[in-house]
Design a protein around this ligand. Structure first.
Ligand SMILES: [Zn+2]
Length: 247
């Protein structure tokens, strides 16, 4: 069947012309408002037509529209059950001494713990002890963004430790996270006295300030010592972990 410029919907055998008239000719009328001013003047005794005579109304007539639709045309059926709403994953429950059961909502947004993470000193792993009593196995990574620069939570979570007396770790904050459904803890050490911005049990968001870079505890200079560990408590390389997520 020749289509000749008509809109074609699902060409099928036995296409029957089912003309649907949307409008039997729509009429649009516009007009210039009649002006009240009638400036009639006389020139050499002859009356001059009104300068502001109202214009005639404009009339636009639109042609009727037709659309051919197959008699077999049927609306697409949306399969019920063709989609599903994913339920939010259940929060992780973590048991923390002195705090009880902690509920951790999953959040996969991760950020650097300092503004300039490119400045680092000691990486994760074996090393020669930088001070007497310092460990020969570095179980964290050291950022050196400068004394007093903010230390931020690497993800949403709950503060499970916030102390000014963290022994070798000095002013220390620990935050538990639920990342990809896994319990991950981040620990921030050697912060300045008086800089703690959070307390135990507090919920924090990614990037929220926890304290300021300092050199409290067993430290040879201002830096952030970041430790990371899972539910088993075994420290892993936080720098590699952060780079894998942040580039
Ligand atoms: Zn360190």
């Amino acid at each position: 069947m020749p289509l000749r410029g008509r809109l074609r919907l699902r060409p099928r055998d036995g296409l029957a012309a089912l003309a649907m008239t949307f409008a039997g000719g729509m009429l649009f009328v516009t007009s210039v408002p009649a002006l009240a001013i009638t400036a009639t003047a006389e020139r050499a005794g002859n009356p001059v037509a009104d300068v502001y005579a109202p214009a005639a109304a404009d009339v636009i007539v639109a042609a009727p529209q037709h659309l051919e639709v197959s008699e077999k045309a049927a609306p697409e059926e949306v399969e019920t059950g063709g989609y599903a709403v994913e339920a939010a994953p259940p929060p992780l429950q973590s048991s923390v001494a002195g705090l009880g059961s902690v509920s951790l909502l999953q959040s996969d947004l991760v950020v650097w713990p300092v503004v300039d993470p490119s400045r680092t000193s000691s990486g994760f792993g074996p090393r020669s002890a930088p001070c007497s009593g310092c460990s020969t196995y570095h179980d964290g990574v050291d950022f050196t963004p400068g004394n007093g620069s903010p230390v931020m939570s690497i993800a949403d979570g709950v503060v499970v430790l916030a102390t000014e007396n963290g022994g070798g770790l000095g002013v220390n904050v620990e935050v538990q996270h639920n990342i990809d459904g896994e319990l991950v803890t981040s620990s921030y050490a050697h912060m300045q006295y008086g800089s703690l911005a959070v307390s135990v049990g507090q919920q924090v968001t990614a990037g929220q300030q926890l304290g300021l870079v300092g050199t409290t505890g067993q430290s040879t200079g201002p830096h952030l010592h970041l430790e990371m560990f899972g539910a088993d408590g075994v420290r892993f390389d936080g720098m590699a972990w952060l780079h894998a997520r942040l580039g």
